[in-house]
Design a protein around this ligand. Structure first.
Ligand code: ZN
Length: 169
């Protein structure tokens, strides 16, 4: 009886997990343009009020202090300011005689969905704008149908107040 040598083969396990290698770039730099972003980006986003481009629509009034030439432009910019919770703009365009003291544009979860201007009637320094604004609160959709009154003083339009036509239409 000979001694049987253990014929167990030593299985060699390759314990080297495959480590991904990152080939060195040899010091080549990527084109710089790849990493730089311009300091100011064109605001080519659509305007919340429904205008084509924010920058050439309500941004003129909200961000660049231009004066709206019509009550409708002011109304649109105020709608956009609501979507931005832009309290200073809303107060500055609200006539002093009716301007509320309380906060008017706090972020209460209202999501503004769109604006439809139905009618704009201007007569001298007074104007009305009828509009429907749609919004959502806590997942529920609402619509605000208002006829806003505006007045122009020293070339500047102000929101005065509004009335609300029949609720259901
Ligand atoms: Zn706009």
């Amino acid at each position: 009886m000979g001694v049987v040598r253990s014929g167990k083969s030593m299985r060699s396990f390759d314990l080297h997990t495959s480590i991904p290698t990152f080939p060195l770039q040899g010091g080549r730099s990527q084109p710089a343009v790849f990493f730089t972003t311009p300091m100011t980006q064109p605001k080519s986003i659509p305007c919340p009020c429904g205008g084509k481009i924010y920058d050439t629509c309500c941004a003129r009034f909200i961000e660049r202090n231009q004066l709206p030439g019509t009550a409708e432009e002011l109304m649109r910019s105020r709608y956009t300011a609501y979507t931005q919770h832009n309290e200073p703009y809303l107060k500055s365009t609200w006539h002093a005689s009716t301007r509320p003291h309380d906060s008017i544009a706090q972020d209460d979860g209202t999501k503004w969905l769109g604006l439809e201007v139905r009618k704009h009637i201007a007569a001298g320094d007074k104007a009305t704008v009828e509009f429907v604004a749609r919004y959502k609160v806590a997942g529920r959709a609402h619509r605000l149908h208002e006829i806003s009154n505006f007045v122009r003083e020293e070339g500047r339009w102000f929101y005065v107040d509004g009335s609300f036509p029949e609720k259901n239409k």
